[in-house]
Design a protein around this ligand. Structure first.
Ligand SMILES: Nc1ncnc2c1ncn2[C@@H]1O[C@H](COP(=O)(O)OP(=O)(O)OP(=O)(O)O)[C@@H](O)[C@H]1O
Length: 577
């Protein structure tokens, strides 16, 4: 604090202290005047609230020293000789009341401001997408999760009518009807989403509405999952059989084949939509089994190349000696054993379609050069052939390797890397987007049961929790295998935790133990932190009270508090008093 102790007994100000420090002292000690001392600690004047207020009202900078103010404006600090002993007049008291009122208002304003900030933080920390509209349906607030999901910026959404920003919204209708709509299904980006719409009532009128998009939060997802299971139970087996007989099995394709509701998946779908619009090369990265090929197919199926073939080549699986012929094809008699009439290569088969080069990181360097040439010249020549064929192929490459690192080590051609890396889509591992797990389990369970002609099975809550806790090192491919194994192994309709493969169970047990350890530790830490806050609060209040009672005399306050003066100084510093 700016104040110092004159003879260790009084609250005083040095002439070189600033107006700001003076204000702090006045507020802290709730007094109306403070003696001003020189460097020899002689009292040279007194500063009252009124003078200080006048100086600040006259637009003096609060960093101005008392001395500077004094020099410039003789009246700011009244000299002892000119100053009657009782400096406080009636008007000083009312000024002081006014200042207290201003301070109070300032505090209230600060509180309101921090409340607004806190509300914003709360909104942005929510897992759900939240949008707030006014009575006219204009978006007044929208949180980060919603913006991420919609792929928009908050500032672009605010001020717009909700129908311009959120597809199939009924928030404006909810304002008119005043009836809340909970757990409704709303299609956004072709995905059925669960939403709540809650009207805001004030003084008997609807003044706005809150829209909540539920796409995160494990418990919520689990409830939704249970509801989906409940609904599918309700649809009778017979009904499904009739439907199946009437229409051949619907092939799920395009964006629908990408199952998941995590923000990461929403963003990926957005990228797929954009990538499908242009013929540029796409590079998909992600661990093995994360769904790179599923994504590549989705791009193909949503793009203008959909009428051509989707040709997939696993560069790691084809022996090096055959790779060239596989990719570019060969002419009859090109080499011993070459088929009669020759054979078209994958590039040629993918003409007017999409060529998916999986595991591109495993492509030998000499083949990389050849592929680059095809990509640049858009022409292909068969092995042993002379004529070149024009190509119109969309290339999608995928890898689970770090291509940047391979380029640095000289294991991957830099020019090819840049040629492929035009649109980059990264798929996070399943353990990084756990909220997708229930959806993937439900999707593959339904698919596999249907494929095997079996009744649908469902997971108990405990089984689902264990599957959620598991880290899925093999990603979705491993999940699909586990579902298939369970469909075959479990006789009844319910999949209990005990039915799960042993490696998943042991990992769940380990996680449960470490969760419990962590929770115990957190609760102890939280209790400690809580108590420390309470102790600090009361100590600060006691010190403040003692200083007020002793009129700012720290030595007397320390005596009153039963603590050494140096301890009091430390505490004043700690509590910023
Ligand atoms: N988003 C998804 N929704 C539904 N199923 C998925 C999804 N992603 C992947 N799968 C399933 O997971 C399995 C593996 O997917 P895919 O072959 O596309 O992975 P990958 O990343 O290409 O694997 P690898 O790197 O080993 O080639 C497939 O059975 C696929 O159907």
């Amino acid at each position: 604090m700016g104040g110092s102790v004159y003879g260790c007994e009084e609250i005083v100000l040095r002439a070189d202290q600033t107006l700001k420090e003076a204000v702090q002292l006045f507020i802290c000690y709730e007094i109306n005047e403070i003696p001003v001392i020189d460097h020899q600690r002689r009292e040279i004047g007194r500063l009252t609230w009124k003078m200080l207020l006048k100086a600040l009202a006259d637009k003096w900078d609060d960093d101005t020293t008392i001395k500077a103010l004094w020099n410039a404006q003789e009246t700011a600090v009244e000299h002892i000789e000119e100053q009657p002993a009782d400096v406080l007049s009636k008007s000083d008291t009312s000024v002081s009341e006014l200042i207290t009122e201003i301070q109070q208002l300032k505090l209230e304003l600060q509180e309101a401001h921090s409340m607004v900030e806190m509300m914003k933080t709360v909104l942005d920390s929510a897992y759900e997408g939240i949008a707030v509209v006014d009575a006219q349906g204009i978006i007044r607030e929208i949180n980060k999760a919603y913006c991420q999901f919609l792929g928009i910026r908050r500032e672009d959404a605010i001020g717009k009518h909700v129908t311009e920003v959120i597809e199939n919204t009924r928030l404006h209708i909810c304002i008119e009807s005043g009836i809340p709509e909970r757990g409704f299904i709303q299609k956004i980006f072709d995905q059925p989403m669960v939403v709540h719409r809650i009207p805001i009532w004030r003084e008997g009128k609807v003044v706005g509405a809150i829209g909540m998009l539920i796409f995160q939060g494990v418990s919520e997802v689990y409830q939704i999952f249970q509801r989906v299971q409940e609904l599918s139970r309700q649809a009778s087996q017979k009904e499904r059989q009739i439907k199946r007989a009437a229409s051949p099995k619907k092939q799920i394709s395009g964006l629908d084949s990408i199952v998941g509701r995590s923000p990461a998946i929403a963003e990926i779908k957005q990228m797929v939509r954009r990538a499908a619009r242009v013929p540029s090369t796409v590079l998909i990265t992600g661990e093995s089994g994360t769904g790179k090929e599923v994504l590549a197919k989705a791009i193909h199926q949503s793009s203008p190349y959909v009428d051509g073939n989707f040709v997939s080549v696993n560069c790691a699986a084809i022996p090096e000696s055959l790779l060239e012929a596989e990719l570019f094809g060969y002419e009859e008699g090109a080499f011993t054993g070459a088929k009669k009439g020759g054979k078209p290569g994958k590039f040629q088969l993918a003409h007017k379609g999409t060529l998916f080069l999986d595991e591109i990181g495993d492509m030998p360097l000499y083949m990389q050069a050849k592929i680059l040439r095809v990509l640049e010249e858009k022409k292909v020549e068969r092995v042993g052939g002379v004529a070149e064929m024009e190509l119109d192929v969309r290339i999608i490459a995928a890898t689970n390797k770090n291509l940047e690192e391979m380029v640095q080590k000289g294991q991957f051609r830099e020019d090819l890397f840049y040629r492929l890396n035009i649109i980059r889509i990264h798929i996070p591992a399943l353990r990084e987007r756990k909220m997708d797990i229930p959806y993937l389990l439900a999707y593959h369970m339904e698919r596999i049961c249907e494929q095997f002609g079996l009744k649908q099975k469902e997971f108990t809550k405990e089984a689902m929790q264990a599957l959620m806790d598991y880290s899925w090192p093999g990603n979705i491919r491993e999940l699909v295998n586990v579902v298939e194994w369970l469909v075959g192994m479990v006789d009844g309709q319910k999949i209990e935790k005990e039915h799960l493969p042993s490696h998943i169970l042991s990992s769940a047990l380990f996680i449960k133990n470490s969760h419990e350890r962590e929770e115990r530790k957190n609760s102890i830490e939280q209790t400690d932190a809580h108590w420390q806050d309470i102790v600090d609060y009361y100590e600060r209040e006691k010190i403040k009270q003692a200083l007020i009672e002793e009129k700012g005399n720290k030595a007397a306050a320390a005596r009153k508090l039963g603590m050494h003066r140096s301890t009091l100084y430390e505490k004043l510093k700690k509590y910023n008093l």
